[in-house]
Design a protein around this ligand. Structure first.
Ligand code: SF4
Ligand code: SF4
Length: 437
C-alpha cells in the first residue's frame, strides 16, 4: 500500500493540534522534517513520556516519512528542560538522518511558525503553508502513530495524555479514544474541587470542557484541572462584548501588545494594537488589517502578559477571525518576511509565562501510568479531525472487536474511525458509542 494510503487507512491525525489528517500534509519538495516535541504549553508532559518510553517507534515513523517524501533531514525538536531529562545534546544523531534540535525554554515554541524559525532559521511567508519553505511539521505522537501503522499495520485507537493541574500527582496515561473524562477521573481518584474547571489542552490555549460529558479525542493532549481564579482560567471566561467595550474605552495605544506578539516579532503584518484601535472606532477598518487577524496563533501573550489595562486584544482578533472564517477569507502573503532583531530579547521564559498564568505551583513532573484499557464504554466522535466527518459503516447492535473499522472516510479530506474497545455498537447523532457487554 502507498505510504499516504497507510496513513489514511490508519486514521492518523496531527495529534498535537487541530486534528489535520496527516496524509494530506505529505508533499514533495520538503528538505526538512521538523518534529514537534516542544510541548509548548506548561504542565504537559505527554511528548516527554512518549519520547522516553517509545523512542524507537517514533524514529520508525520519522524514517518512514522522510524515506517516502525524499526528505534528507529530520530535526527532532525538544526544549532544553526535556533534552536535559532525556540526556540529549544539540545535534546528537538519533539515526542516520535524524538530529536533535534543542529549543530554548520559552513560550510559545510549539506554534508551527515559531518552531520552524527556531529550528531552521526560515520564516514561512505570512499565511502560507510550511511546505512553501521546504518544511513539513509533525508532532511526536503523530510520528509514533505513523511508526505503529508502518510496523504493525495498527490503526489509531489509543491516546496519550497528561492529567494534571490542581491534583496531587499529575499523570501521563494511554487510554482508548472516546474514553469519558468522568470515567478516567474516577479510575484515578481525581476530583474537580469547587471553584475549579477542566481544560482540554494547556493552560494558555486549552478549552474549558464539561467533565461530566466530554470524551477523549485524537487531539486531547492533556486534561488540566485549574482554579477559576487563576489568570489562565479567567481569560477563558472573558465575555467578548465586555472585552471589546473595555478595549473601546481603556486602550492607551501603548503598542505593548504588538511589541510582544510572537507573530509580529517574526515579521508578520499583525498589529494587535491597531485591531484594538478599530474596536475603539479610532481607525478606519482596512481590509488588509482585518485579514491579518488570521495570522494570529491565539497564544494569548497580548492579553495575559502584555496589556496592563486588562484588555484582551486576542478577544477583538477572535471576533474578526470568526467573521473571516464564515466568509472563508484569510491573509496570504506574497512577500518574504524577516524576524525582528529584537525578537531574541523579547521571547518569554517558560517560568515567567507560568507565573503570568498563575499555574507555576502545579508544574510537577507527571508519573507514567501505562496503557489503561479498563473502560466499559467509549464514545467516538465522527468529527474528530479537520475535514468531512467519518461515515458509520456499522449498525446499532453490531458487535465489534478493538481495531475494527466502524466508520469510513467521507469524500474529500476525511478519515476512517476504529473501535478503541470491543463491545456492542450504538449509533448516535455525531458519535458511535461502544459498550462492553
Ligand atoms: S497593550 Fe493594551 S493598552 Fe497597550 S495598545 Fe495593546 S491593548 Fe492598548
Ligand atoms: S494572541 Fe495576541 S500575541 Fe498571540 S499571536 Fe495573537 S495577537 Fe499576537
Amino acid at each position: 500500500m502507498d505510504f499516504k494510503e497507510i496513513l489514511k487507512a490508519a486514521g492518523v491525525v496531527g495529534a498535537g493540534g487541530a486534528g489535520f489528517p496527516s496524509y494530506a500534509k505529505l508533499a514533495e519538495g520538503a528538505d526538512t522534517l521538523v518534529v514537534n516535541g516542544a510541548e509548548c504549553e506548561p504542565l504537559l508532559y505527554t511528548d516527554y513520556v512518549l519520547l522516553k518510553r517509545e523512542l524507537s517507534c517514533v524514529l520508525e515513523g520519522i524514517n518512514a516519512t522522510i524515506e517516502y517524501a525524499h526528505i534528507p533531514l529530520a530535526l527532532l525538536c525538544v526544549k532544553e528542560h526535556t533534552a536535559e531529562k532525556l540526556k540529549w545534546k544539540e545535534g546528537q544523531k538519533l539515526s542516520e538522518r535524524i538530529l536533535v534540535k534543542i529549543l530554548p525554554n520559552v513560550y510559545p515554541m510549539g506554534d508551527e511558525i515559531s518552531l520552524i524559525y527556531q529550528a531552521t532559521g526560515r520564516v514561512v511567508k505570512a499565511g502560507n503553508l510550511p511546505i512553501t519553505s521546504g518544511v513539513i511539521v509533525y508532532n511526536v505522537e503523530t510520528l509514533y502513530n505513523i511508526g505503529r501503522a508502518v510496523r504493525y499495520s495498527t490503526p489509531v485507537t489509543m491516546k496519550w495524555l497528561t492529567v494534571g493541574g490542581n491534583i496531587d500527582t499529575p499523570i501521563v496515561v494511554k487510554v482508548p479514544i472516546g474514553t469519558p473524562v468522568e470515567a478516567l477521573f474516577a479510575r484515578y481518584g481525581i476530583t474537580v474541587p469547587e471553584g475549579n474547571s477542566v481544560l482540554d489542552g494547556g493552560p494558555s490555549m486549552g478549552k474549558v470542557i464539561d467533565a461530566d460529558t466530554a470524551v477523549i479525542t485524537k487531539t486531547t493532549k492533556g486534561l488540566l484541572i485549574l482554579p477559576d481564579s487563576t489568570p489562565a482560567m479567567q481569560s477563558k471566561f472573558i465575555d467578548a462584548k465586555k472585552s471589546i467595550a473595555r478595549a473601546e474605552t481603556a486602550c492607551c495605544q501603548c503598542t505593548r501588545c504588538t511589541d510582544m506578539c510572537p507573530r509580529a516579532l517574526l515579521g508578520y503584518p499583525l498589529e494587535p494594537h491597531k485591531m484594538v484601535r478599530t474596536a475603539m472606532g479610532a481607525a478606519v477598518v482596512m481590509p488588509q488589517m482585518v485579514l491579518s487577524a488570521t495570522l494570529c496563533c491565539g497564544c494569548g501573550v497580548c492579553e495575559t502578559l502584555a496589556c496592563c489595562q486588562g484588555i484582551s486584544p486576542k478577544a477583538v482578533i477572535d471576533q474578526y477571525k470568526q467573521l473571516l472564517a464564515k466568509n472563508r477569507l484569510r491573509f496570504v502573503g506574497t512577500q518574504e518576511v524577516e524576524a525582528a532583531p529584537e525578537r531574541e530579547y523579547r521571547m518569554i521564559p517558560s517560568e515567567k509565562w507560568e507565573t503570568a498564568l498563575g499555574v507555576q505551583k502545579y508544574d510537577k513532573l507527571a508519573v507514567y501510568k501505562g496503557e489503561d484499557e479498563e473502560y466499559s464504554r467509549v464514545e467516538i466522535l465522527l468529527r474528530s479531525h479537520i475535514g468531512a466527518p467519518s461515515v458509520p459503516c456499522v449498525n446499532t447492535g453490531e458487535r465489534v472487536k478493538k481495531g475494527d473499522k466502524i466508520a469510513e472516510s467521507a469524500d474529500g479530506l476525511s478519515l476512517p474511525q476504529f473501535a478503541s474497545i470491543g463491545g456492542v455498537v450504538r449509533l448516535e447523532n455525531d458519535r458511535i458509542v461502544i459498550e462492553k457487554r
